[in-house]
Design a protein around this ligand. Structure first.
Ligand SMILES: Cc1ncc(COP(=O)(O)O)c(C=O)c1O
Length: 426
């Protein structure tokens, strides 16, 4: 067995006859069938292979294999964006009349999706305070299809008791879906009971700020045949009556074991909703993923130094970074994160929102933009940008105060990052 670091460089691809050392970019919509039998075998799932890039692509396939290796999952499906991964991870198992239970501490886009858009489709999201795992079980009922968390809340920086939330999910036969966008490589939700993990690949995994993408990864092993998930355990009329559980469930009789959920995402949701990634973006993201282990260590090393600098600065009112002893979840951060608890820092300056605006206007190295996880350091005030569409109550629930400044710490030299903040604060 090779290590994850090696797998991210070599997994899913060995140089072919052409000898290309880098993973080739297959920028094609479709694939020529070898014969009529080959074509019907592919459509009938008697053989696996390429049909059309909306359903799968050889470049994207390498990325999927490497993402499965990153987390130890049985399969990954790459989609057009992190938002597509989040929505599809739920639409794959929930329909009108169903519900999921979620933390309120979410990326703003996910909060909107859960609170407003899913409601229009009849899917009810029951928001709970996830700092007490028991709240999940109190909100669940017979129509609940999943519990949902972010491993490190963006931007609230909370680290919940994932092991306990997973235990409670399993006690009623539902999966735990964990968004691990903020902590790839440094934290593996599958080691803490999660069944499905979703990523925005647009952040640390790509890392170079060029490409939007998302992924859903399945751990394998979840029992979708427990009476709650008829979409997986009963024939799919839209696909020749395919029964995902019988053919791809986690049992000995399966054709391929433990991939039922991912096969359904690909065959139904990529086919019908069409949120496929461009092969070019997959290629860019592969290049990023190859160096993730090195980059992420530098991100967190820098973040820790910046958080300590801010905490000791006389003009700073408060700092929210789980790697600081002052953070409410610091014990969990120390226990779960051997390299450090991510590279997102929240802070407020004395003088509130207005003084914060001056800091944002005065930084020179930091880029003022709406993203996280770029190799370059980033800054934004969520209350007046990314979260400005939320009501005051919703902002509070998402952990956003008016004076909140979010930093996404990059991999520049530590000293340069600190000097930039020093001059902006002065
Ligand atoms: C935690 C988290 N999940 C999902 C997303 C959505 O990802 P994308 O922008 O790739 O659609 C984001 C984007 O910021 C995010 O921070």
């Amino acid at each position: 067995m090779r290590t994850i670091d090696t797998e991210l460089l070599h997994g899913g691809y060995t140089p072919n006859e052409d000898g290309s050392r880098a993973v080739p970019l297959y920028q094609t919509t479709s694939y020529v069938f070898k014969s009529d039998e080959h074509a019907s075998n592919l459509f009938g799932l008697k053989e696996f292979g390429n049909i059309y890039t909306r359903l799968g692509n050889p470049t994207t396939d390498v990325l999927e294999k490497r993402l499965a290796a990153l987390t130890g999952g049985t399969a990954a499906v790459v989609l057009s964006s992190g938002a597509a991964a989040v929505s599809s991870s739920i639409l794959n198992i929930a329909s009108a009349g169903d519900n999921i239970v979620s933390t309120t501490s979410l990326y703003g886009g996910t909060y909107n999706l859960f609170k407003y858009t899913f409601k229009r489709f009849g899917i009810d999201v029951r928001f709970v305070d996830s700092s007490d795992p028991e709240n999940y079980i109190k909100a669940a009922d017979e129509n609940t299809k999943a519990f949902y968390i972010e491993t490190i809340g963006n931007p609230a920086n909370n680290l919940d008791d994932i092991d306990r939330i997973a235990e409670l999910a399993h006690s009623i036969g539902v999966p735990l879906i964990a968004d691990n966008t903020v902590a790839p490589y440094i934290f593996n939700p599958f080691d803490h009971g999660a069944d499905i993990t979703v990523f925005s690949l647009s952040k640390y995994i790509c890392g170079n700020g060029t490409s939007i993408g998302g992924a859903i990864v399945e751990k394998g092993g979840f029992n979708w045949n427990n009476g709650r998930f008829s979409g997986l355990s009963e024939p799919d009329e839209s696909y020749h009556g395919l029964n995902y559980w019988d053919t791809f469930g986690s049992h000995d009789k399966a054709l391929v074991r433990g991939v039922a959920y991912s096969i359904k995402v690909r065959l139904q949701l990529l086919r019908d909703l069409g949120a496929c990634i461009s092969p070019f973006n997959s290629h860019q993201i592969i290049l990023g993923l190859e160096t993730l282990p090195l980059r992420i260590r530098k991100h967190v090393e820098n973040a820790k130094a910046v958080a300590e600098f801010l905490e000791n600065h006389p003009k700073v009112a408060w700092v929210n970074y789980p790697g600081l002893k002052s953070h409410k979840d610091s014990v969990r951060a120390e226990k779960y994160f051997k390299y450090g608890a991510g590279a997102i820092i929240g802070f407020g300056v004395k003088g509130g929102l207005e003084a914060g605006k001056q800091v944002v206007n005065r930084v020179k190295l930091f880029s003022h933009l709406a993203n996280i996880g770029d190799a370059r350091s980033l800054i934004i005030q969520p209350s007046v940008t990314t979260h400005s569409q939320l009501s005051e109550i919703d902002k509070k629930a998402s952990g956003i105060s008016d004076d909140f400044i979010r930093l996404s710490i990059g991999i520049e030299e530590t000293e340069d990052i600190i000097n930039d903040l020093k001059q902006a604060l002065s």
